[in-house]
Ligand binder design. Structure first.
Ligand code: SF4
Length: 455
């Protein structure tokens, strides 16, 4: 995917290059096998420094949260993830060789991420390796294959550093033809608002500065009770819980949001604790394909959601997902998806090349050829990088309030501004602490995140 050939970005997601004394080591993360046949089995190999290992841990946590399982061997995996390092030339050769082996010797779909993927992604393409080249953050969404994240049955709030994860409900109201998650989670099951507020309060009391609200489809929270209540829950969390914290809302399908778009946008506009961020996966710009996918929304409903948020909010982030190469997708359908992306210009976009999941209706459809899917995926990824890059470029020179939530490398700290745009602040470690809200000037961008300087 040429859009990821960020030749000018010899840095990791935290905005700081790895130094040669940091990462000569090879690390391999292989977990023991599982066996829930229906979800994806993954294999992760990690090379390089502690930061890269941290990225792999995050990927793995997201995959496990999504109901996927580690394979005991790359040959038994559905997806092999190679988290690369590019510290010295010898390492580069090793990365290329290993990528070739995984591509040729295993049936797994290959995903290459990490520093070499971001800085020299074209080398893998030039070597003829068939792989998706992705930023670390995009890997879990890619493996999810367009499905919603799976909240595990025993999902309870957890704290990870200064981030509290709050699953508000399990299940969804849809029956997407490509989805295997649904078989594991069933229909939406929403605990009362009161219970979720109590859990959110407990997270804040335990030190959470950012609460991440999760679920398969947060937009239909309360539907099983006869009333969609996401906006009510958000308002109550923001108004009733004292303290300095922010709230990020996880994936909400366009159909669920559409019915409460005014109410929701109003709460976002009124509540400063809420990140102005909406993840509404559209998946296609063609109503024919949305019908074949059995998505419940149509393109107009998605556009109406975006327009409503545009009316209420001056500065916000639209995040969406596209599945490219669905079995019935024609060239015209694909063009419609590209047009929708150009029209709505999301600031965060996940592009997934369609692949079959066993037992789903979409798996029974006659698929498109690999080269067609690959070409469409590359085309959409190029456009995505242009659109997202523009959004980050427009931040340069501005001042932002950033909540610091993670360590980066080489004394950098990483956080999110009010619209949940990621900002890496090199050298901040000695001047600020995780959980703090700092003011910074945006000095640059690396297409998928911004770089800042403390003021
Ligand atoms: S909304 Fe669709 S993709 Fe998401 S969990 Fe439900 S059936 Fe699966």
């Amino acid at each position: 995917m040429s859009g990821f050939g960020l030749a000018a970005v010899p840095a990791n997601a935290r905005g700081v290059c790895y130094s040669t004394n940091q990462c000569p080591e090879r690390r391999v993360l292989v977990r023991t096998a599982p066996s829930t046949a229906q979800m994806a089995r993954y294999h992760i190999e990690t090379y390089g420094c502690t930061s890269n290992r941290g990225e792999s841990r995050q990927i793995e946590r997201a995959l496990r949260d999504g109901g996927h399982h580690p394979a005991d061997d790359p040959k038994a995996a559905d997806v092999a993830i190679l988290n690369t390092c590019t510290v010295v030339e010898k390492t580069e050769h090793n990365m290329l060789r290993r990528a070739e082996e995984l591509d040729e010797q295993t049936p797994a779909d290959l995903v290459i991420t990490g520093c070499m993927a971001l800085a020299q992604g074209e080398q893998f393409r030039e070597a003829g390796i068939d792989a998706e080249i992705l930023h670390w953050d995009e890997v879990p969404e890619h493996v999810r294959n367009g499905e919603c994240p799976t909240t595990t049955p025993d999902a309870e709030p957890v704290i990870d550093g200064v981030v509290g994860i709050l699953p508000i409900a399990r299940g969804c109201m849809s029956d997407c033809s490509y989805c295997i998650t649904k078989q594991a989670t069933g229909k939406i099951d929403s605990p009362p608002v009161e219970e979720n507020v109590r859990k959110a309060r407990a997270l804040v009391h335990a030190g959470a500065k950012e609460i991440r609200i999760t679920g398969q489809d947060t937009g239909v929270y309360g539907w099983d009770d006869g009333e969609r209540k996401l906006h009510i829950l958000l308002e109550r969390i923001c108004e009733e819980i004292e303290g300095d914290f922010r709230v990020r809302v996880g994936m909400a399908n366009p159909k669920g949001v559409h019915g409460i778009r005014e109410e929701l946008a109003e709460v976002f506009a009124e509540q400063e604790k809420l990140y102005n961020f909406l993840h509404a996966p559209v998946q296609s710009g063609s109503n024919d394909i949305l019908g074949d996918m059995r998505r419940q929304h149509n393109v107009s409903e998605y556009v109406e959601v975006v327009e409503t948020f545009d009316e209420y909010l001056d500065y916000w982030t639209l995040s969406t997902d596209f599945i490219v190469g669905f079995p019935t997708e024609t060239e015209h359908d694909h063009e419609q998806s590209l047009a929708l992306l150009r029209e709505t210009r999301p600031e965060k976009i996940n592009v997934t090349r369609f692949s079959k999941r066993p037992g789903t209706d979409a798996a029974k459809m006659k698929g498109l050829g690999g080269p067609t899917k690959k070409d469409r995926s590359s085309e959409m990824t190029d456009l995505k990088m242009e659109v997202v890059g523009e959004a980050y470029e427009s931040m340069v020179g501005s001042e932002r309030e950033v909540l610091l939530v993670e360590d980066g490398t080489e004394e950098s700290l990483v956080g999110y501004d009010s619209a949940y745009r990621q900002v890496a602040i090199p050298g901040a470690e000695n001047q600020a602490e995780l959980g703090e809200i700092v003011t910074c000037k945006i000095t640059g961008q690396n297409t998928v995140y911004a770089l800042g300087e403390l003021i």
